[in-house]
Design a protein around this ligand. Sequence first.
Ligand SMILES: NC(=O)c1ccc[n+]([C@@H]2O[C@H](COP(=O)([O-])OP(=O)(O)OC[C@H]3O[C@@H](n4cnc5c(N)ncnc54)[C@H](OP(=O)(O)O)[C@@H]3O)[C@@H](O)[C@H]2O)c1
Length: 259
Amino acid sequence: MPDPVNSLKDKVVVIGGGAKNLGGLISRDLAANGARAIVVHYNSDATRASAEDTVAAVKSIGADAFAIQGDLTRVSENKRLFSETKNRFGKVDIAVNTTGMVIKKPILECTEEDYDKIFAINSKAAFFFMQEAGRNLEERGKIVTIVSSLLAAYTDSYAIYPGSKAPIEHFTRAASKEWGSRGISVNAIGPGPMETPFFYGQETRESAIYNQNAAALSRWTKTGLTDIADIAPLVRFLVTDGWWITGQCIFANGGYTTR
Ligand SMILES: NC(=O)c1ccc[n+]([C@@H]2O[C@H](COP(=O)([O-])OP(=O)(O)OC[C@H]3O[C@@H](n4cnc5c(N)ncnc54)[C@H](OP(=O)(O)O)[C@@H]3O)[C@@H](O)[C@H]2O)c1
């Protein structure tokens, strides 16, 4: 018998960046596995169509859904995301944050603007999304944030990307401790380089080929990279039967980096 507390049955899920790529798949996957409702957050106007497609896909699976736009680097937008969810569905059980941005540049080329922009989305937005989740989640809620396997990489040109994701490990530890008495699990997942435009935007042909061959299990995948289809089930596990895992940062990368 599945444990109803740690199943998706009747659960309301907020997904930061839930419209496309990894977030879009997680929206569909949690709906397909029994969630009651999925709130599909998106940021740019260019993503609206993907958000609408995802909402339609979720509804066709049988769950409820709506799309909501917001720049999550603003604290007020995180508050609005969670308050709108509660207005529509009465509660929030699960919060998954997939938002992020990447800049690959040597340190000497990084500008103040690069630094402020990437820390605003990768650190500040992640922190305040988590804070709102902590304020609003039901007892026995679950929180997952997507970080990166580059947290364990020894490489040039990736200073401010993993640097701005690294604080999430500490936010995750503290949040899991602070909200453990309410039965809330908090974790982070670090995928390897994934087959999405996010990855290819930063890489040269040579560095893409390197990454396609860098994981221990690369030759057993379609592209050599991490497949989003191999990350979504891990998110699903952490927000259901995997509830006993908390305060952790788990790499899922086919053996790309390890520590
Ligand atoms: N692809 C990779 O190689 C890779 C590897 C490891 C980890 N990751 C991480 O995995 C996550 C998902 O990446 P992905 O590959 O699926 O690419 P993606 O779809 O481009 O995901 C990034 C998301 O962040 C959102 N976002 C950007 N700025 C935002 C802001 N100011 N406020 C709110 N949302 C904002 C984007 O929304 P809009 O597009 O609407 O602006 C988008 O939904 C990211 O956190 C990324 O760091 C990616």
